[in-house]
Design a protein around this ligand. Structure first.
Ligand SMILES: [Zn+2]
Length: 289
């Protein structure tokens, strides 16, 4: 079985002497495991530089019938050749940006579902316009991640990189594309629409904010912004949600680092809670704090 796929390399590890075992996030928002043959260094190998985390590849994958790792796994493929569609340069030169990209990839890896041979075959059929709509589930992860990487690189090129802003924008876009964003329209307790009442504290477990009237009964379960401005977090989330990725520079944040940003912490913890992850499961976050 052969299939031509486009995907972002969201994880990779060395395998055997010359190969790389990687995960590709496909355009449909699902991931596959791919054995990239002869992708590692070596005097005879020119592809070495072509395969880095965050790169966007076009490759023809096939189901490995030769045995070995993952041969029995329905979502395991092998690739002999690939071409680069997009790659970053600046991200690798900036340590913070690199770890931030790694965190984005980790988050994408964790929320995406695994595609199978069946999905890939089906994908080729549904690429016809009239059937396209059938397979939209999970598509958002790819769209959010590809935008995040592209504009992360862009911000470095334009000298406007802001790690806090990038993480907030990515997390909010991902949460809402996965359908688990915060309820911004009404108080999570009394259901009074915001506008008539003020959003005060985020109650992560309940997926939204409580209002000023309910604040007394919500005491102890909410998370405030540390800045003392109760509506700041609410306003920031709302702003991030409507900000188009190409306008990322318009999103105003208060701090400049992830380590000192209470807002980033609250949003990241919310993300973890919604997907039942522990923040400690993300290796890259440690390098950003
Ligand atoms: Zn209320």
């Amino acid at each position: 079985m052969h299939a031509k796929v486009d995907g972002i390399l969201i994880s990779k590890m060395p395998y055997r002497e010359r190969d790389i075992l990687g995960k590709l996030l496909l355009r449909n928002g699902q991931k596959i495991t791919v054995l990239f043959r002869n992708a590692r260094g070596g005097k005879r190998n020119k592809k070495t530089l072509n395969l880095e985390l965050g790169y966007f590849l076009k490759t023809e994958v096939n189901k490995s019938n030769t045995g070995g790792a993952g041969a029995a796994d329905d979502s395991f493929f092998a690739a002999n050749d690939w071409t680069l569609i997009w790659y970053h340069q600046r991200i690798r030169e900036n340590l913070k940006a690199f770890y931030l990209m790694c965190l984005f990839l980790e988050m994408g890896l964790k929320v995406s579902l695994t595609a199978s041979v069946f999905t890939l075959l089906n994908e080729q059929i549904i690429s016809r316009p009239n059937l396209r709509a059938k397979n939209r589930d999970g598509e958002g992860v790819f769209s959010v991640l590809s935008n995040a990487l592209f504009f992360l690189e862009d911000s470095l090129t334009k000298n406007s990189f802001n790690e806090e802003r990038e993480l907030i924008l990515f997390s909010i876009k991902l949460l809402y594309s996965e359908g688990v964003g915060m309820n911004l329209s009404e108080c999570i307790r009394c259901k009074m629409p915001f506008g008539k009442v003020y959003a005060v504290g985020l109650i992560s477990k309940e997926g939204g904010f409580c209002c000023n009237s309910c604040s007394g009964s919500c005491s102890g379960v909410w998370e405030f912004s540390e800045f003392g401005e109760f509506s700041y977090l609410y306003g920031l989330i709302k702003q991030a949600l409507i900000t188009k990725y190409r306008d990322y520079h318009l999103l105003r944040v208060k701090n400049s680092t992830i380590a000192t940003s209470a807002t980033t912490k609250i949003i990241f913890n919310y993300f973890c809670q919604q997907f039942h992850f522990s923040p400690g499961e993300f290796k890259s976050i440690k390098s950003l704090l």
